[in-house]
Write a protein that binds this ligand. Structure first.
Ligand code: BJW
Length: 246
């Protein structure tokens, strides 16, 4: 099925590309068993919408609830393994002259697969920050507090991710925008293309002349703007792309 979607014209473009940008979202980790952000949640979290938990306001109102949600997700991520979609992107990075991998995911699965210099636009679930000062904290203050406390100022710790209404890490955003302005091809993979500024990157690339390819079984706001849509799961489409290329 995946092979039928991949055109000879795309393979020719990829083979001749000087710089390819891949922008990934939660869909690429779905086949590793990590639920996508907008999937209905399960178990004790079924009554909450992820959008309502991933905000500084939610953490201020109920720090324990939000902390426990991230602890639950940390366990899911710890049990997950990178899938063939993650591995295919490692191969593209090794074989193309220039390849920039920008992810909205906080799960670290690209790095675990072997991708290098991954641009993490929305931070990392593995890190903690002081909620008051935003500084990274490796070891919390001793004690049983949930959330744990900052050893320097005693404020709650929070996960090192970017919540709605917060700024993205400026260096990461700058690297992503520079890549969008200089790439020949952008692959938008497994993202609903709803959350900005990440959702604007393929369109920025298109304005700078890039060819836009979307990999997603479901259509998104990007779909009408894409030059090519590979409407299948990333774990099938990307390995097939690599197989046909080399
Ligand atoms: C498969 C698959 C398979 C399934 N293979 N595919 C401009 C316009 C309008 C609003 C704004 C704007 N600029 C800023 C905003 C406000 C806001 C925003 O975008 N809101 C929109 C929702 C309207 N943005 C922000 O607040 C950002 N901050 C900011 O811009 O600061 C300045 C500012 C603030 C306020 C106003 C103006 C300026 C911060 C955004 C931070 C997002 N953080 C989160 C949480 C991270 C931590 C955590 O994980 O808990 O990041 S939200 C969540 O969405 C998470 C994701 O990274 C992100 C994107 O989700 P993603 O990856 O696309 O996942 P899903 O679940 O949505 O989609 C999965 C897709 O996979 C689906 O399409 C499936 O079909 C597909 N799929 N299986 C391939 N096997």
């Amino acid at each position: 099925m995946a092979a039928a979607l991949i055109s000879a014209a795309l393979l020719e473009r990829l083979a001749g590309a000087q710089h390819v940008l891949a922008l990934t979202g939660a869909g690429i980790s779905a086949e590793s068993g990590v639920p996508t952000f907008r999937d209905a949640q399960t178990g004790p979290w079924a009554k909450y919408r992820a959008e309502d938990l991933a905000t500084p306001e939610a953490f201020t109102a109920n720090p324990r609830l939000v902390w426990d949600w991230y602890e639950w997700r940390r366990q899911l991520v710890a049990q997950a393994e990178p899938n063939p979609g993650h591995h295919a992107l490692v191969t593209l990075q090794r074989r193309l002259p220039r390849f920039t991998l920008v992810t909205q995911n906080v799960d670290g699965l690209h790095a675990r697969a072997g991708s290098r210099a991954v641009v993490e636009l929305h931070g990392s679930i593995a890190q903690n920050l002081c909620f008051a000062e935003g500084t990274p904290v490796d070891e919390p203050a001793p004690g049983d507090s949930v959330p744990p406390l900052c050893p320097d100022c005693g404020a709650f710790l929070r996960p090192g991710v970017v919540w709605f209404g917060e700024s993205l890490p400026p260096q990461a955003l700058q690297r992503a925008e520079e890549a969008a302005q200089t790439c020949d091809i952008v692959l938008s993979i497994g993202t609903s293309s709803l959350v900005h500024p990440a959702a604007g990157l393929p369109l920025l690339a298109k304005r700078h002349g890039a060819y836009v390819v979307e990999v997603n079984p479901t259509s998104t706001p990007l779909t009408p703007h894409a030059d090519l849509v590979l409407a299948g799961p990333a774990g099938l489409v990307l390995p097939e792309l690599v197989r046909l290329l080399w």
